[in-house]
Design a binder for this molecule. Structure first.
Ligand SMILES: NC(=O)C1=CN([C@@H]2O[C@H](COP(=O)(O)OP(=O)(O)OC[C@H]3O[C@@H](n4cnc5c(N)ncnc54)[C@H](OP(=O)(O)O)[C@@H]3O)[C@@H](O)[C@H]2O)C=CC1
Ligand SMILES: CC(C)CCC[C@@H](C)[C@H]1CC[C@H]2C3=C(CC[C@]12C)[C@@]1(C)CCC(=O)[C@@H](C)[C@@H]1CC3
Length: 345
């Protein structure tokens, strides 16, 4: 049977570019596009089928920010496929981003200018909100939903005599100082995106510790700065179009300005080709682009430690248990109410 690959957030940007690159590699792959909006998912499938008419592309409804949707989607995946070779955890959000213009101009004339363009450290804040599950939306979407998905798919990811891979689309914006074990959802701060991405780096390490012996390997990548819906949300799109030539100029000095989704998906693609045993669990694989535009992948050591990653893993397990309990109670209450209505009729 051909390899089965599931990509979350596959209908646009880096996720869609990854699907395109994977099909160019092997058009017989069984691709599953997991998206929250089925209209956009259909459009993505049509676009992929235009260039690969014989490709096997399934759609799956998944709102990774909702625990109920994750459990439902995982159930469907297990019913559809008896194996899952690659799980790309790519969906992500950065709501209401704000740029600190003063910090930008200060950084521009400092020795930290290259780092500033690569990581946006000190430049970017976001306004988060609480979702229907009572969780912070950025945490729920970028990390927790994906964590529950991996756990729920464990029976088809960890199969005897087979290796499977989980790949997180993290970011160089991930920063230890933006994350706190006392506030894993980042309720109190203004950098939920950096916090959620740092948390995904930690969780990847923990997944390796707990699952390598069962043949499951986890890695993290950073796509670099890519022009997608996510980045277009940071500044008005006409402004981006206006400064595009400057962006290409900056790329000569900063290899992290990958700019196109195709280049951004480079590291995701290169991990597809690598043997899992050869990967470094403490490295983040960066998509990079030379000044002349050629695309390459480079591993860089992450600022993470085992104790912190284990502590976060334990916290997420507890949160998962609580979320399942809450959903079960909701279902039981619904059932009881239905029964009551039937009796009173
Ligand atoms: N662009 C960049 O410079 C960088 C991006 N990244 C990361 O790359 C990943 C892909 O983002 P990118 O391609 O840039 O941006 P896009 O906005 O183009 O893609 C994000 C994808 O995630 C999906 N998504 C968002 N929320 C949910 C949800 N609750 N359930 C299911 N799907 C969801 C979106 O679906 P919909 O179309 O319905 O919104 C979309 O398909 C993200 O994790 C992002 O953090 C990391 C570093 C840099
Ligand atoms: C070039 C221009 C004149 C001004 C652009 C300034 C900023 C808008 C960008 C500088 C560094 C960028 C950046 C990101 C967003 C846009 C900038 C802040 C990201 C945070 C986008 C999402 C990610 O995950 C990071 C890897 C990016 C890091 C760099």
């Amino acid at each position: 049977m051909e390899k089965v690959i599931l990509v979350t957030g596959a209908n646009s940007g880096i996720g869609l570019a990854l699907c395109e690159r994977l099909l160019c590699e092997d058009s017989r792959l069984q691709l599953c596009l997991a998206c929250r909006n089925m209209q956009r998912a259909e459009a993505a499938r049509s676009a992929l089928l235009t260039s690969h008419p014989d490709a096997h592309i399934d759609l799956l409804h998944l709102d990774v920010g909702s625990v109920r949707s994750v459990l439902h989607a995982a159930h469907k995946v297990k019913a559809r496929y008896n194996r899952l070779d690659y799980l790309y955890l790519n969906a992500g959000i950065m709501p209401n981003p704000q740029i600190d213009i003063k910090a930008f101009f200060k950084g521009l004339f400092s020795s930290n200018v290259v780092k500033m363009f690569a990581t946006a450290e000190g430049l970017l804040t976001q306004q988060d909100r609480v979702n229907k599950d009572g969780l912070q939306e950025v945490f729920a979407t970028n990390l927790f939903g994906h964590f529950v998905l991996v756990r729920e798919l464990d029976s088809i990811l960890c199969q005897a005599g087979q290796t499977s891979r989980v790949v997180w689309t993290s970011s160089s914006n991930a920063r230890r100082s933006a994350f706190s074990l006392e506030d894993v959802q980042h309720r109190l701060g203004t950098e939920p995106y950096a916090s959620s991405k740092y948390a995904s780096d930690l969780i990847s390490l923990a997944l390796n510790r707990h699952n390598n012996s069962q043949g499951l390997y986890s890695s993290v990548i950073c796509p670099g700065l890519v022009m997608t819906n996510l980045t277009y949300g940071i500044l008005p799109s006409f402004f981006w179009t206006l400064i595009m030539p400057i962006m290409y100029l900056i790329r000569i000095f900063t290899n992290t300005f990958t700019l196109t989704p195709y280049n951004g998906a480079g590291a995701l693609h290169s991990l597809f080709l690598k043997k899992p045993e050869s990967l470094d669990p403490r490295a983040k694989y960066h998509s990079l682009t030379s000044g002349m535009g050629s695309n390459y992948t480079q591993p860089r050591q992450m600022d993470i430690d085992d104790d912190m990653s284990e502590a976060l893993y334990v916290k997420l397990l507890e949160m998962e248990k609580a979320a399942r309990k809450r959903l079960k109670e909701e279902d039981d209450n619904k059932q009881a109410y239905k029964k009551y209505l039937n009796q009173t009729e």
